[in-house]
Design a binder for this molecule. Structure first.
Ligand code: ARG
Length: 464
C-alpha cells in the first residue's frame, strides 16, 4: 500500500510494517534533522499503539495521524498528543521500564491530564487529586499526572512545571547536634534545602512528611507543607510483627503510596519533565532496602536486639533472620491495615508469566536483572534464573533528569554564553541517563481523566 507523496518533498520509507504487513511510504516537508528524529520517534510510538487491539487503529488511521503529526512538526516544531495517545503513551512508558518487576500491569495505569496547568496552586490541586485517585481506601490505583511538555525546539526555555521531590510522600532527614541524621538519610540534602527555603516543620521525628517543592518556569516557589494541613493524604502503616513484640516497640512506620515525582516521561519523542506516578509497594522495597540499607534507616542491629538474637558471629545468620522478620512484619502490617502491597514471590511469579508471553511472541526480553531480582531470597524467585537484555526503548520511557535547580542554573549560564543546548535532555541517550525505575499497578483498564476538583479520601489513616 502506498501513501500520498507530495512532489517537492523528501521521501522516507519506514522499514517497519504498521499493522500487518503494509509498508508505508510517504513524504514529508524538508524537516530539520532534529525534527525528522522527532517524527521517527512519533512513528515508532504510533506503531506500538497500532499493535494494541484496545485502540483498534486501522492502517489508514495510523497513516493519517502520521501525516498530521508531520505537518504539525513542520509548522511548529512539535506535536501534541491526543488524550488516547497520552493514555497509551504512559502505559507503554511503564511497560518499557526495564527495572520494574510490576510492569506486566502496564495496561492499568490511569492518566490525569494536567498539561494545561501553569500555576503553583493548580499543581497543588492536581497533586491532591492524584493522591485521592491513587488511594481508593487502600486498594491502590496506579496513577500518573502528566504536566506540560517541553517544547523540543526550545529546550533552552524554562520548564513550565517541575517538582523537585524524589517522591510526593517521603520522610525528612534532619541533621542532629551529634552529626547523626534523624529520619531518612536519603532526604538529607532535600530537607536542608526546604529548611533554607523557609519550611518550618510542625515537629522533627524519624517520620516527618516533607513539603513539596514546586517550580514554575524555572523559579522555585516556597515549600508547600501539604501534609501538615492534610495529614489524611499521607496514609501510613505502623509496623508490627505477629511473633516479635520487640519489633512493635521500635515504633517503625512507613507510608502507603510510593509516588515517584522527579523523573521525566518521554512519549513518542516528546518530553514531559513533570509526570509524578505511583504504583503500590512490594514489601522488600520498604523492609529490605528502606529499613535495612546501611545508608538508609540502617536498622539491622536494632532489629536483632529487639528480637533478642545472638549477634556475636555472622555464622548463625542473624542478619538474614532479621531480614526475613522485617519483611514478614511489613507484609503483615500492610495486610492488617487493608492496604495493597505485593510480595516478591507473588510479583515474581506474575512477572515470570509476562516473560513467557514475551518469549512466545518472539519479542526480546528487555530488563535489568539487578533490579528485577528481589533483594531478599533472590534465587527462589524466577527472575534470578533468567537473562534479560538491558536495551532501552528510547521513544517512550521514563528517564532520570537533573534536578530543576540544576537545569535552571545550566540554562541561565547557557543564556549568558549564548548557547542554547540543554545539557541533559532526558531522552538523549548519549547523555548516559540511567534506565528507569518503576511504578506498579493492577489489572484493570484505565481511562484518561480530565483534571477535576479533588474529592475526599475514602478512608483516613491515623497520624501521630
Ligand atoms: N523503592 C522506592 C521506595 O522504596 C519506590 C520506587 C517505586 N516502587 C513502586 N513499588 N512503585 O520508596
Amino acid at each position: 500500500m502506498t501513501m500520498i507523496i507530495p512532489t517537492e518533498l523528501v521521501l522516507t520509507t519506514f522499514s517497519e510494517p504498521v499493522c500487518n504487513s503494509i509498508v508505508i511510504i510517504f513524504a514529508m516537508p524538508s524537516l530539520q534533522p532534529h525534527q525528522s528524529r522527532l517524527l521517527d520517534q512519533a512513528h515508532a510510538f504510533l506503531h506500538k499503539m497500532a499493535l494494541d487491539s484496545r485502540f483498534s487503529m486501522s492502517e489508514t488511521d495510523v497513516s493519517r495521524r502520521l501525516s498530521a503529526i508531520e505537518e504539525e512538526i513542520a509548522r511548529s516544531g512539535t506535536y501534541k498528543h491526543t488524550a488516547t495517545e497520552l493514555q497509551f503513551g504512559v502505559q507503554w512508558a511503564w511497560r518499557s521500564s526495564n527495572r520494574c518487576v510490576g510492569r506486566h500491569m502496564w495496561r492499568t495505569l490511569m492518566v490525569q491530564d494536567c498539561r494545561e496547568i501553569r500555576s503553583r496552586s493548580g499543581v497543588v490541586d492536581a497533586l491532591e487529586n492524584h493522591l485521592n485517585l491513587a488511594w481508593q481506601g487502600g486498594a491502590i490505583q496506579s496513577v500518573i499526572s502528566v504536566f506540560a511538555p517541553r517544547d523540543p525546539n526550545r529546550v533552552d526555555e524554562p520548564d513550565p512545571v517541575r517538582i523537585a521531590n524524589h517522591q510526593l510522600l517521603r520522610y525528612a532527614g534532619f541533621e542532629q547536634a551529634d552529626g547523626s541524621i534523624q529520619g531518612d538519610p536519603h532526604s538529607f540534602d532535600f530537607t536542608q534545602r526546604m529548611l533554607q527555603q523557609g519550611w518550618i516543620p510542625n515537629r522533627r521525628t524519624a517520620h516527618t512528611p516533607l513539603p513539596w517543592s514546586i517550580w514554575i518556569n524555572d523559579l522555585e516557589t516556597p515549600p508547600v507543607d501539604h501534609f501538615a494541613s492534610r495529614p489524611e493524604q499521607f496514609p501510613e502503616v505502623d509496623i508490627t510483627h505477629p511473633q516479635y513484640p520487640g519489633i512493635d516497640a521500635l515504633g517503625l512506620r512507613w507510608y502507603a503510596i510510593p509516588v515517584i515525582s522527579e523523573m521525566a516521561l518521554v512519549i513518542g519523542g516528546i518530553t514531559y519533565p513533570c509526570a509524578p506516578f505511583n504504583g503500590w509497594y512490594m514489601g522488600a522495597e520498604i523492609a529490605a532496602r528502606n529499613f535495612c540499607d546501611p545508608q538508609r534507616y540502617n536498622l539491622v542491629q536494632r532489629m536483632a536486639d529487639a528480637m533478642g538474637l545472638d549477634t556475636t558471629s555472622n555464622r548463625n545468620l542473624w542478619k538474614d533472620q532479621v531480614l526475613i522478620a522485617i519483611n514478614q512484619a511489613v507484609l503483615h502490617s500492610f495486610d492488617q491495615a487493608g492496604i495493597q502491597i505485593g510480595d516478591h514471590h507473588e510479583l515474581g511469579a506474575q512477572f515470570e508469566k509476562f516473560c513467557q508471553v514475551e518469549e512466545k511472541a518472539g519479542r526480546p526480553l528487555q530488563g535489568d536483572w539487578s533490579w528485577l531480582t528481589s533483594p531478599v531470597s533472590g534465587s527462589i524467585t524466577p527472575q534470578f534464573h533468567r537473562e534479560f537484555e538491558n536495551s532501552v526503548e528510547a521513544h517512550t520511557n521514563f528517564f532520570y533528569q537533573s534536578a530543576p535547580g540544576v537545569d535552571a542554573a545550566a540554562r541561565r549560564s547557557e543564556e549568558e554564553s549564548s548557547t542554547s543546548v540543554r545539557s541533559k535532555d532526558p531522552f538523549d541517550l548519549e547523555n548516559h541517563h540511567e534506565t528507569p525505575r518503576c511504578p506498579f499497578g493492577y489489572d484493570k483498564h484505565s481511562k484518561v481523566l480530565p483534571f477535576g476538583k479533588p474529592s475526599a479520601l475514602k478512608k483516613s489513616q491515623s497520624q501521630s
